[in-house]
Design a protein around this ligand. Structure first.
Ligand code: AMP
Length: 417
């Protein structure tokens, strides 16, 4: 399959060639022809699958056929949950439209509105936006959505998780009834299906299963370990495995900071990205990580949303997410672009219910094991009564009653498994 055979014309093909893409990804193969035909598409895709080009390329193709003369009304609206993702999408739109007479811009909150208003006034064909700023500027009459032909909801599950449902519905009400709708989501929860049924017209489900095929390429493992020994175990894994680029997820911002500090104390360079960090600090951390100056990037789920983190061999769930879908997002950061990846989850006894929810969602029982010297010790309380107590890693530390060298399962009945 080639991009040419998908029905894209030469200015776009040239731009793709300049980007160095050799052939369409699965999601592109499936979605591009449908979008070109004007169909509503409900696609299962997460960051890393090439989904952005999957909707952007055919949109450009369609718009390039009838670019308006004079003032340009907004013809395509791409809604995304986060600023980072919005900025990344615009960057892609610009690259793919380099040989076309198409104007595009991005609007999101947290920055001065005036440059955004000026650009909108000059006329844009494609607008990438986060919901809040979009509604704000619409209310101020700085933009009109009455000519939108194509709507894209990107990372729709994220938008719902972040509480954007009302805003999305408000945006819908401002759009012409007759339009093409594209919805991209990493997971298809009930709420996504419900949302889709509310506004999409006979959508075609594109289950090229990038999500599943990604998951197939990822070796998933659970390592059972006591909570208080997770940090020591992580340090051992990073050091002994000589991991040079690892993305580690924690559940809380505070936890991310704390873990970073501990890694740094062991001379493992680390940076945290989470909601309390400024945009500048997040960008700097991500750049350091991409440039291989930082070995470990510790992230919370929200901060990692939509980030174009490069191909990673290792993703570690230092703590499991309480929303099973977040697990799929997290592990999707490894095993990209055809490479094999490994997703390790350090799971303590408190997290069993989370693990069950995740296994139900991904449809497999994740291989679970213990690491020598870090076996689960039922004599260690689930919650550490003394946070000052040091982890008991080391050669023989903590093997006591739960030693399962003989292959026997430790008796964990007393604990909440
Ligand atoms: P996305 O899933 O849209 O965030 O894209 C993930 C990464 O894949 C981006 O860095 C894209 O530039 C890249 N990409 C998209 N399509 C292709 C393709 N057909 N071949 C190679 N790389 C691609």
């Amino acid at each position: 399959m080639t991009f040419e055979s998908l029905g894209l014309s030469s200015p776009i093909l040239k731009a793709i060639e300049e980007k160095g893409y050799k052939k369409p990804s699965i999601i592109q193969e499936k979605s591009i022809p449908l979008v070109l035909k004007g169909k509503d598409v409900l696609a299962s895709a997460q960051t890393g699958t090439g989904k952005t080009a999957g909707f952007t390329l055919p949109i450009l193709e369609r718009l390039s056929k009838n670019t308006s003369k004079g003032k340009r009304p907004i013809k395509a609206l791409i809604l995304t949950p986060t600023r980072e993702l919005a900025a990344q999408i615009l960057e892609n739109v610009k690259e793919y439209s380099i040989n076309l007479n198409i104007e595009s811009t991005v609007i999101f909150g947290g920055v001065n509105q005036n440059p955004q208003k000026r650009k909108l006034k000059s006329g844009v064909d494609i607008l990438v936006a986060t919901p809040g700023r979009l509604l704000d500027l619409e209310q101020q009459r700085a933009l009109s959505l009455s000519n939108v032909d194509i709507l894209v909801l990107d990372e729709a599950d994220r938008m719902l998780d972040m509480g954007f449902l009302r805003d999305i519905q408000k945006v819908m009400a401002l759009l012409p009834k007759k339009r093409q709708n594209l919805l991209f989501s990493a997971t298809f929860s009930k709420s996504i299906k419900k949302l889709a049924s509310e506004f999409m017209h006979e959508p075609i489900l594109v289950e090229a299963a990038p999500e599943n095929s990604t998951v197939d390429k990822i070796t998933q493992k659970v390592i059972r370990v006591d909570k208080i020994r997770k940090t020591d175990l992580l340090i051992k894994l990073i050091s002994e495995g000589k991991w040079n680029q690892v993305l580690v997820f924690t559940r809380t911002k505070h936890g991310a900071n704390r873990l970073c500090k501990k890694l740094e104390q062991k001379n493992i360079s680390a940076a945290a990205i989470h909601g309390n960090k400024t945009q500048g600090a997040r960008t700097k951390a991500l750049k350091g990580f991409k440039d291989n100056n930082i070995r470990v990037l510790v992230a919370t789920d929200i901060a990692a949303r939509g980030l174009d983190i490069p191909l990673l061999p290792h993703v570690v769930n230092y703590e499991l997410p309480n929303i099973p879908e977040d697990y799929v997002h997290r592990i999707g950061r490894t095993g990209r672009a055809g490479a094999k990846g490994e997703a390790l989850s350090l799971v303590c006894v408190d997290e069993n219910d989370y693990l069950k929810g995740i296994e139900k969602l991904v449809g497999i029982k994740i291989d679970s094991r213990e690491i020598d010297g870090f076996e689960v010790d039922p004599s260690i309380p689930a919650e550490d009564p003394n946070p000052m107590r040091k982890g008991r890693g080391g050669r023989n530390g903590g093997k006591s009653k739960s030693n399962n060298r003989n292959g026997k399962k430790p008796n964990n009945k007393r604990r909440r498994y």
